[in-house]
Design a binder for this molecule. Structure first.
Ligand code: AMP
Ligand code: GLY
Length: 424
């Protein structure tokens, strides 16, 4: 089969690597891809939001299956454009990707179908939001309704911070049209867990759990980022918690989307918080997580193409989703200054050290070839250094050992990815 992957990050590298394992994959393309993905796929210089060009490319090359990695094209309706042309594509349609694209939509869905989540109110008028804050409890959480590169959530300790937050989101439009609407919700405490799942419109099958590290600096300090590293599985996500979530969160979400006439096909990423009152949904994403994909896919035993096709065909019940016992840890190597400002274009040294090393992977998040054909840094998050181990501690030690195999100017990473493992 000919496969096209849309995206250019570590997640898409992990997807491309996984697809390349499938005996069904004859030829893989990635648009736009990166220097690491180029090892498995022919990279095509078409942007992820250029739907018509991508669909024309898929028609011309007779692509059998397109896998969409990123949120923006999904929320923008790329799947609908492909389907209109009769192209096979893995991912939710626009009317289902709204699960990630609008926080107000997802909160209303959870309320209507009794799916546990933080109490909230939705606002379209900044004045009404400011009035609400007069009697609210603090800390409180403000969320821009739309996509905001993972930055549209403000945790406000005090009323003053919240008032300022409402101004930033709804009046200054710091996140653009994502701030047309806003959700204000109760602040929850607990451990966070990411559970990714495959969905075929009717049923859901969950992948191994993972724990992300969203803050830029050690000790969960600094700004929120796309994710600085993670591990899978998380020991805090017990069988008992899983049973609760399967019954009260995962399948009810898929049923709710179907009942609303928005059947979801693709990956739902459940962002959960394990609170004292039980697990609650923090957010939904309509795609694989990044870097979650980098620790979950190396553990997945199944053929990626078979699973994607089963989802598209509504036959996920026929798939026995399996994961290896060996845990996996990913440490993100970023450009110093991420997520605010950073330099790019520095040569990356030592990538060859990962060749033929079983259980070690280097997924490229932001890399490119320069004019001399060297691989250089090309983003805030540059590499995801990933390793398996016989237990979480060994996987963590292996990942940090491999961090030293690669180098580039301004290399920055957290030293405490997986520290929570010691508390398990
Ligand atoms: P989200 O994009 O909705 O996942 O939010 C980003 C991060 O903000 C989450 O991973 C949490 O760490 C935090 N967060 C979001 N909502 C809440 C909440 N209601 N209470 C506490 N923390 C939250
Ligand atoms: N790592 C979190 C995300 O992909 O949104």
């Amino acid at each position: 089969m000919k496969i096209l992957i849309v995206g250019s990050g570590g997640r898409e590298h992990a997807i491309a690597w996984k697809v390349a394992q499938s005996p069904k994959a004859e030829k893989i393309y990635c648009a736009p891809g990166n220097a690491g993905i180029a090892e498995y796929a022919e990279c095509v210089p078409i942007g992820a939001m250029e739907f018509d060009k991508l669909a024309a490319f898929a028609e011309e090359k007779q692509i059998d299956l397109t896998i969409i990695g990123m949120d923006d094209p999904l929320v923008g309706g790329i799947v609908d454009v492909f389907e209109e042309k009769g192209l096979r594509v893995f991912g939710p349609r626009k009317n289902a990707a709204i699960l990630e694209g609008s926080k107000a939509f997802s909160k209303d869905l959870m309320k209507k179908y009794n799916i546990p989540t933080a109490a909230y109110e939705t606002f379209t008028d900044p004045q009404a939001a400011l009035e609400y804050l007069e009697t609210a409890k603090f800390p409180i959480v403000l969320k821009a309704d739309g996509l905001a590169l993972g930055k549209g959530v403000l945790i406000c300790e005090t009323k003053e911070m919240a008032v300022d937050g409402v101004r930033q989101i709804m009046q200054d439009r710091k996140f653009g049209t994502a701030g047309d609407k806003m959700v204000i919700e109760e602040f929850m405490t607990g451990r966070e867990v990411s559970v990714l799942s495959f969905v075929d419109g009717k049923i859901v099958k969950t992948m191994a759990s993972a724990q992300d590290h969203k803050r830029a600096k050690d000790g969960d300090q600094g700004l929120n980022t796309g994710g600085m590293g993670n591990f899978s599985p998380t020991p805090f996500y017990t069988d008992e918690i899983d049973a609760f979530c399967q019954k009260n969160i995962f399948q009810p979400t898929v049923d709710a989307m179907a009942a609303e006439g928005r059947p979801f096909v693709g990956v739902i990423f459940f962002g959960l918080m394990l609170t004292e009152d039980g697990p609650k949904v923090l957010e939904y994403n309509a795609r694989f997580g990044d870097p979650e994909a980098q620790v979950v896919l190396p553990r997945m035993k199944n053929d990626m193409i078979e699973v994607c096709e089963a989802c598209i065909d509504g036959k996920l019940d026929e798939i026995d989703l399996q994961f290896v016992d060996d845990p996996c840890v990913c440490v993100v190597l970023a450009s110093d200054g991420y997520p605010v400002s950073y330099e790019k274009g520095f040569p990356i040294r030592g990538l060859e050290n990962f060749k033929d090393k079983d259980g070690y992977y280097v997924f490229h998040a932001g890399s490119a070839f320069n004019d001399k054909g060297e691989i250089v840094t090309n983003g805030g998050r540059v590499l995801g250094v990933t390793a398996l181990g016989k237990d979480l501690k060994e996987a963590r030690a292996n990942a940090y050992k491999a961090v030293d195999w690669v180098d580039f100017d301004n290399k920055y990473y957290r030293h405490d990815i997986g520290k929570a493992i010691d508390e398990a």
